[in-house]
Design a protein around this ligand. Sequence first.
Ligand SMILES: Cc1cc2nc3c(=O)[nH]c(=O)nc-3n(C[C@H](O)[C@H](O)[C@H](O)COP(=O)(O)OP(=O)(O)OC[C@H]3O[C@@H](n4cnc5c(N)ncnc54)[C@H](O)[C@@H]3O)c2cc1C
Length: 430
Amino acid sequence: MAMKRRTFVGAIAAAAILPAVAVRAQAPAKARVVVIGGGFGGTTAAKFLRLEDPGIAVTLVEPKAEFHTCPASNYVIGGFRKLADIVQDYSALAGRHGVRHVREAAVAIDPASKTVRLSGGQTLAYDKLVLSPGVDMRWGDIEGYDEAASATMPHAWHAGPQTALLRRQLEAMPDGGVVALSIPGLPYRCPPGPYERISLIAHYLKMAKPRSKILALDGKDAFSKQALFQDGWAELYKDMIEWVPLGQDGKIVEVVPGEMTLVSEFGQRHKAAVANVIPPQFAGNIARESGLADKAGQFEGWCPIDPFTFESTLAKDVYVIGDAANGGVMPKSGFSASSEAKAVARHIASLVAGRTPDLPVYINTCYSLVAPDYGISVADVFRPTKDGIVATPGAGGLSPRHPPDAAAFRHHEAEYAYGWYASMSQDIWG
Ligand SMILES: Cc1cc2nc3c(=O)[nH]c(=O)nc-3n(C[C@H](O)[C@H](O)[C@H](O)COP(=O)(O)OP(=O)(O)OC[C@H]3O[C@@H](n4cnc5c(N)ncnc54)[C@H](O)[C@@H]3O)c2cc1C
């Protein structure tokens, strides 16, 4: 009897709570934040805004249901991961974190009326906007290289079908063929990415097509982690990789997809069995078309930001993060994008709560694989100053070139690279 009574009292208590919960659920949001782009920057921003303050209503505008990560896409190209291994989705974001996911593209931003127009015609109003659309390709910068040409000469610089295409082409090419890569000058997405790709294509060719060669045609004279990559190439892929810097006519200015030919600045013609053309890039179309990117100068096509807040210097209450932003010395990486997103989420939550925002610190750690069990890395801590973002001296560093037990060291760094991917995926999409 006593038990029944307790159950009954409990039921009444629960019923009494219900209306209060319902009222709370309908309470007006403290602020409306729209996030454009569900990649490394945007998804982190959406999730961490909700973690900072569940009273903020967050809408993520991202047309895709699934996102293929560029990080680890070189593993797919190297043949030791499948495309399905690099897929993330938005179920935790919508379910666990209460972010509204609108599966449309943003087609226009109007900072004056603080609205975003969607591909379906609807308009979203915002108090704060976070924009992380990544990069788009500068089609036509290399003569003959447009979207149609990328079906023959893939860039694979957006992960997904392009990644799978490049992998299929490598599988289909004959032993003894040349794989040519065209690599742009800075700035572009993931400075060490092309060199990890060269390494992992070499890893595949060494096993499956050992008479083949890689010709890396570069629009610059030096690259990220260069000595470490070149040590690894000499050790693992002797005579397989030829890297041609800008100073030796490495810059590709034209392609002829029908002839699988790449043409250099001074007219050398390189014929390839597989051509991976990574074209110059700029901030995602929506950022540029909405007037948020520089229209001239060294950083034409990239979005200028306040280094303390990542707020656009061209539009109030619009925060541009990730690859699209001109973060100065910060490399365009997924880790940077996510680090910027967390700082922006905290900044916005502080403003909403009426707190003075903290001074942010940004970080980047970037692992690259030279082979599946051979990793190298670079790490940096960045701080904003009135003259831009600067690296903190002594706070980061590169893998050593000659560690005592080199094989074990490189093996451990490869393990850390896989761990990095797993923990980043969980941190952002989990
Ligand atoms: C081969 C390769 C390897 C890499 N490896 C690493 C690595 O190991 N570590 C690392 O840290 N980084 C790595 N990167 C870099 C990393 O992928 C990018 O720096 C990172 O994705 C940038 O994040 P983002 O949010 O700016 O853009 P993205 O992650 O590309 O996200 C942009 C999103 O915006 C969406 N979008 C675009 N326009 C609109 C619109 N109009 N409306 C709605 N949505 C829109 C897109 O669909 C996309 O989902 C690598 C890159 C490449 C190419």
